[in-house]
Design a protein around this ligand. Structure first.
Ligand SMILES: Cc1cc2nc3c(=O)[nH]c(=O)nc-3n(C[C@H](O)[C@H](O)[C@H](O)COP(=O)(O)OP(=O)(O)OC[C@H]3O[C@@H](n4cnc5c(N)ncnc54)[C@H](O)[C@@H]3O)c2cc1C
Length: 425
C-alpha cells in the first residue's frame, strides 16, 4: 500500500499551514521485503529510483523493488555537483542527452515534486585558437543534431561573467566559450526524493539498508533472485544500477569483468556568499574545473577524478590542491572564499567515457552503468531507457548504441578521442 503523502500543491501547503501541518504523510513507506518481485533494481540512486518509477508509470509494472544497501541518494546521486548539459558530439550520446534535457524540463510537474531544475546555462571556456577550433566543431555538431549551442567570443563571455580572469597576465587567457542556454543544474536530493515518492505511490517497494550480496540462479543459469542482508528475494529480472560498484555486482552475478573502473571524484562547497555566478562555468582542456552557485549561496565546484582505483568515498589532497589552483586561475575572486566541506563519490568510469544500458550474458540480469562524471544529468533518460529495456527486452530508440557489445566489436563511443583508458575521461 502506498504511503499516502498525497498531492503537493500551493492550496495544500496553505491548508496544512493553517491546520498545524498534521496532515502530511510519509513521503515513501519503509516496507518489509516481499518473497519475490517481477523486477528488482539493485541501487537506490537516481538511476535505480527513476527506473522503478518509469517501470510503474510507463509499463504498468508495479511489483517492483529497489534494494539499497544504505539510504537512497547516499551514493553519487547525493554527492555530485548537479550540472546538467547535453554537449556531446557522437551518435549514441547526442540523442540520448538531448532527450534527457527534454525530460528534465517537465520532471517537476511529472513527479509533483520540485526538483529545482534551473536552466541557467552552461559556459564551456576555451583558451587558445586550437581550442576554439575544437569548440566550434563541437558546437556545430550539437546544432546539427538539434541541441542548442552558441559560440561566444571573449567579449560576450566577459559580459556574461565579468569576474572571470580577463586580465592581460591571466595564466590561461579566455578566448571565448560554447554557451548552452538550456543546460543548468537541479537539486540532487530532490531528484531522488521526487522519484522515490512517485514510485512508492504507484506501489514500488523502496527497501533501504538491504545490501545485495549474491545472486540466485536456476540450473540453466538464469537469474531467479538475489541474496541480501535481509534474506533471499526472488525476481524474474534484476536490473543493476550501482554506479561505482558495478564491477563488484557484475562479478557476483557471473557476468565477468566489465569495461569499467572505479575511481573517486571529489566535490567542494564553499561558505555561502552573495549572488556571484548565475550560470555554470566549465574550464576544460588546459585545466579541469567546473563551478556553479547553489540557491543557498555556496559555490559548488569540482575537477578531475583521482587517478588510482578506489572504493573510498573520500578524496586525497593532491586533487584538492589542483582544484584550488584551477579555481584561482579562472576566477581569482574565489581565493578569498572559505571552503565549507568536500567529499567524494565512486565513479563508474567506462573505457570510452560513454554509458551502458544493456542486457548481460546472464539471462535476467540487466546493466545500467559507465556514467563517469556525467550520470546526474542522464538520470531521467537513463530511467526511461532502462525501464524500457527491462519491460520489453528491447533497447529504447535513444539508447540503442549504449551496448556492452560495443567494447567487444571495437566500436566504442569515444567522445573525447582519449582512447580506452578510464582515467583519460
Ligand atoms: C563528486 C561528484 C560530482 C559529480 N558531478 C556531476 C555533475 O555535475 N553532473 C553530472 O551529470 N554527473 C555528475 N556526477 C556523476 C553522477 O553523480 C553519477 O553518474 C550518478 O549520480 C550515478 O547515479 P546512480 O544512480 O547510477 O548511482 P548512485 O547514486 O551512486 O547509486 C548507486 C547506489 O547503489 C548502492 N549500492 C551499491 N552496491 C550495492 C549493493 N551491493 N546492494 C544494494 N545497493 C548497492 C549504493 O549505495 C548507491 O546508493 C558526479 C559524481 C560525483 C561523485
Amino acid at each position: 500500500m502506498a504511503a499516502g503523502a498525497g498531492r503537493y500543491s500551493a492550496v495544500r501547503l496553505l491548508k496544512e499551514g493553517l491546520l498545524g501541518n498534521r496532515g502530511w504523510g510519509r513521503a515513501w513507506r519503509d516496507p518489509v521485503p516481499r518473497k519475490g518481485y517481477d523486477v528488482i533494481i539493485v541501487g537506490g540512486g537516481g538511476h535505480g529510483l527513476a527506473t522503478a518509477y518509469y517501470l510503474a508509470k510507463e509499463h504498468r509494472m508495479r511489483n517492483v523493488a529497489v534494494l539499497e544497501k544504505g539510504w537512497i541518494g547516499g551514493g553519487n546521486a547525493g554527492r555530485n555537483t548537479t550540472i546538467i548539459r547535453a554537449n556531446y558530439m557522437l551518435p549514441g550520446n547526442t540523442d540520448f542527452y538531448r532527450y534527457s534535457i527534454d525530460v528534465w524540463e517537465t520532471l517537476s510537474k511529472d513527479l509533483n515534486f520540485n526538483v529545482m531544475f534551473s536552466q541557467r546555462g552552461h559556459l564551456a571556456l576555451f583558451h587558445s585558437p586550437a581550442e576554439r577550433d575544437a569548440a566550434a566543431r563541437r558546437a556545430n555538431i550539437m546544432r546539427l543534431n538539434g541541441v542548442d549551442a552558441e559560440l561566444l567570443d571573449r567579449e560576450a563571455v566577459r559580459e556574461k561573467v565579468p569576474h572571470l580572469d580577463f586580465s592581460d597576465d591571466a595564466r590561461f587567457r579566455i578566448e571565448g566559450a560554447v554557451w548552452q542556454p538550456r543546460a543548468g543544474t537541479a537539486r540532487h536530493d530532490a531528484v531522488n526524493w521526487g522519484y522515490a515518492r512517485a514510485a512508492d505511490e504507484m506501489g514500488v517497494d523502496i527497501i533501504q539498508n538491504c545490501e545485495v550480496v549474491g545472486f540466485l540462479n536456476d540450473a540453466a543459469g538464469r537469474v531467479t533472485g538475489v541474496r541480501t542482508t535481509r534474506g533471499d528475494i526472488l525476481a524474474e529480472k534484476v536490473g543493476v544500477a550501482v554506479a561505482g560498484h558495478s564491477s563488484r555486482l557484475a562479478q557476483m552475478a557471473g557476468v565477468g569483468r566489465l569495461p569499467i573502473e572505479a575511481h573517486k571524484l571529489q566535490a567542494f562547497v564553499s561558505e555561502p556568499i552573495k549572488p556571484h555566478l548565475d550560470c555554470v562555468v566549465a574550464f576544460a582542456g588546459i585545466g579541469h574545473f567546473y563551478i556553479s552557485q547553489s540557491d543557498k549561496g555556496g559555490m559548488v565546484f569540482g575537477g578531475d577524478i583521482e587517478m588510482y582505483n578506489s572504493y573510498a568515498q573520500r578524496g586525497a589532497l593532491p586533487v584538492v590542491e589542483d582544484v584550488a589552483a584551477c579555481a584561482c586561475q579562472v576566477m581569482p575572486s574565489l581565493g578569498r572564499v572559505k571552503l565549507l566541506r568536500h567529499w567524494a563519490g565512486i565513479m563508474d568510469m567506462s573505457m570510452d567515457g560513454s554509458p551502458i544500458i544493456d542486457r548481460t550474458s546472464v539471462p535476467g540480469v540487466y546493466l545500467n552503468a559507465g556514467w563517469c562524471y556525467g550520470g546526474f544529468k542522464a538520470t531521467p533518460a537513463s530511467g526511461v531507457c532502462f525501464a524500457h529495456l527491462l519491460a520489453t527486452d528491447t533497447p529504447h530508440p535513444v539508447a540503442e548504441e549504449l551496448t556492452l557489445g560495443r567494447f567487444e566489436r571495437g566500436s566504442t563511443i569515444d567522445e573525447k578521442g582519449a582512447g580506452a583508458r578510464a582515467w583519460l575521461h
